[in-house]
Design a protein around this ligand. Sequence first.
Ligand SMILES: Cc1cc2nc3c(=O)[nH]c(=O)nc-3n(C[C@H](O)[C@H](O)[C@H](O)COP(=O)(O)O)c2cc1C
Length: 188
Amino acid sequence: MPVKLLALSGSLREGSFNQKLVNRAAAIAAEAGADVTSIHLSDYRLPLYDQAVETSEFPKAALELKRLFAAHDGFLIASPEHNGSISAALKNVIDWVSRPVGDEAPLALTGFRGKTVGVMSASIGPFGGLRSLMHLRQILGTIQALVVTEQVLVPFAGKAFEGEELVDELPNALLPPLVQRVIELAEK
Ligand SMILES: Cc1cc2nc3c(=O)[nH]c(=O)nc-3n(C[C@H](O)[C@H](O)[C@H](O)COP(=O)(O)O)c2cc1C
């Protein structure tokens, strides 16, 4: 059975550079034989995490996302850098998906435990979102996901894409090995 990968970006913005970046990664993964599901976070009406909301009724969108994460072997995540960290939208998804539902143990972490993750970032600055990936690695490690050592950064993103296409040479060369590693480890 082909490995199942979920691809998403942490940006809600139409025309997002990170969405374009993860779209390219998803295409590479599909060409390599993975079964890829691509989602856009702007399609989910996810409330800001609040334990009172969680206990009264687990939001439908959060449940849907949690089921999607749990049903995949690994993830390709493109993280925008907001003030040196990950976007609030991405953190909100991670927080909801990390929560137990039904009779799951509090730390079951079914959306993350044992999943393999490839991370990437595009930013308009010179560091290509490096700081957001440092935080993202720490967060995902805390919730028992395995983030592969390879990563892809796209600095000066305003010049790195022509339309939907990534034209910057270095990230284009680094994406296939990142995706390949995610597929290899997720297969195990
Ligand atoms: C609130 C906010 C904070 C930002 N902070 C950073 C930052 O710390 N470093 C950086 O390189 N770019 C920063 N940016 C610029 C983003 O790189 C830029 O908005 C980029 O397009 C975001 O990715 P997206 O196109 O996928 O939405 C920030 C943008 C916003 C809106």
